[in-house]
Design a protein around this ligand. Structure first.
Ligand code: ADP
Ligand code: MG
Length: 307
């Protein structure tokens, strides 16, 4: 396991920002840490990266306890903090040298050139950081996080504030990096985890509310039911639809189109088609209505139960 978090709590004054959080991340996984603002994402990441001590609980990175072995742990971790604090007065190469020196990176000139190439900073590498766009500043942030070749990367909202093109570029760069390193990235945007992460941990008010493969997120709340959008070739009565076992509601969308609510994950397509056929009516189209990502997120972050 790259990261093991056991029962971590963090109290700021009277506020409990983390409330007994546990999860573990195997090596070479790209994990999204998703939650609304104030959920505790940055706090958790500061604890993993040894910038904050936990109030309770235990965190280990590659088998090393963050409290007992903080110097070794920092060498294993690359960290891009939330607001990417860069030295704006420095030139890109100068800054990467400066960070590389702190870590005692051998053959630093070569390493800086490699990093510039790796994150696609080439055309901007001669500039001062203050002259760079937000997207290029994030590339500098990623380069500094990777300069000492860490095993684990912790990226706190790495795409916030980027324009749509920069967003796509930085996401694909993170995906690339994830092929060789363990990456944990935080975000408050559900689309982001779908685009980059194979696993998603959702945190809300200091509690983990979901921890599953990203591909299972949409189906994960299937217990709440799903909806079919169906268009028939002729008029169907609502009562005929409601008679089908498993249908909990039917709403006419105009003409012969209906939105049919179905309990759980049961497949009623055949039953619906047969009912129509008995009335000599055909099904013109039928599709499962995907829950909107926002709806799933809302459902998970307003539920109290652990999942
Ligand atoms: P997120 O990164 O998910 O937005 P944070 O970890 O930054 O959440 O914050 C979690 C909660 O802890 C928030 O309510 C925030 O106001 C509070 N908090 C964060 N840092 C501090 C601090 N240094 N002092 C007091 N409260 C803090
Ligand atoms: Mg944060």
């Amino acid at each position: 396991m790259s990261i093991i978090v056991e029962n971590v709590a963090k109290v700021y004054g009277t506020q409990r920002a983390l409330n007994g959080v546990s999860f573990s991340i195997p090596s070479s996984e790209v994990v999204g840490f998703l939650g609304p603002n104030g959920a505790g994402k940055s706090t958790m990441m500061k604890i993993i990266t040894c910038f904050l001590p936990p109030t309770e609980g235990k965190v280990s990175v590659c088998g090393l306890d963050v409290m007992k072995n903080s110097i070794e742990v920092r060498r294993l971790i690359g960290y891009l903090p939330e607001h990417n604090p860069l030295y704006l007065d420095m030139y890109v190469r100068e800054y990467l040298h400066f960070i590389g020196d702190i870590y005692g990176v051998p053959q630093l000139n070569k390493r800086v050139a490699e990093m510039i190439d790796r994150v696609g900073l080439g055309p901007e590498a001669h500039k001062k950081i203050e002259a760079l766009s937000k997207g290029y500043r994030q590339r500098v942030g990623l380069a500094q996080a990777m300069i000492h070749d860490p095993k684990v990367l912790i990226l706190d909202e790495p795409t916030s504030g980027l324009d749509p093109n920069q967003l796509v570029e930085i996401r694909s760069l993170i995906k690339e990096i994830g092929k060789e390193k363990t990456v944990m990235l935080s975000t408050h945007i559900m689309q982001e985890v779908e685009a980059i992460c194979n696993r998603t941990i959702i945190i809300n008010k200091g509690n983990i509310v979901a921890d599953k493969a990203t591909s299972e997120l949409r189906s994960g709340i299937g217990g709440a039911g799903h909806e079919l959008e169906v268009e028939f070739s002729g008029a169907i009565s609502r009562s005929a639809l409601m008679k089908i076992e498993g249908v909990s509601n039917a709403v006419n969308d105009g003409g012969n189109s209906w939105t049919i609510s179905i309990v759980g994950n049961g497949d009623l397509r055949k039953e619906i088609a047969e009912m129509a056929m008995q009335q000599s009516i055909a099904v013109i189209s039928m599709s499962k209505k995907e829950l909107k990502l926002e709806e799933i997120f809302k459902e998970l972050t307003t539920a109290n139960s652990q999942n």
